[in-house]
Write a protein of this length. Structure first.
Length: 101
């Protein structure tokens, strides 16, 4: 039984890797006394950059999102951008750079 589960899991992973080697997706939900909240997170990397997006949906149908990316712009230097949008549609974008030695 364990071998069949491991084989199935390995097959799913290899099929996902064949579609886009640097892409991944996670999802989950939690139920509280206020209702169920669900979250989906997607990401991918390729070349010198990676991106990620996250969506959270509450029990009332309101959705909040966050998406961002980071790019290597030179030796030990990276630029990033992140946008967060709340359930009422208001958004905030942050951009910057940093060095990593």
């Amino acid at each position: 039984m364990k071998f069949a589960i491991a084989t199935t899991f390995a097959t799913v992973l290899s099929l996902a890797a064949a579609s886009d080697a640097g892409a991944w997706t996670r999802s989950g939900s939690v139920t509280t006394q206020n209702g169920t909240y669900s979250r989906t997170v997607d990401g991918s990397c390729g070349g010198h950059s990676c991106s990620r997006s996250s969506t959270v949906t509450g029990p009332n149908g309101h959705t909040a999102t966050r998406s961002g990316s980071i790019t290597r712009t030179g030796p030990y230097r990276y630029g990033y951008s992140r946008t967060t949008t709340g359930p009422r549609g208001n958004s905030v974008t942050r951009r910057g750079w940093f060095r990593r030695w």
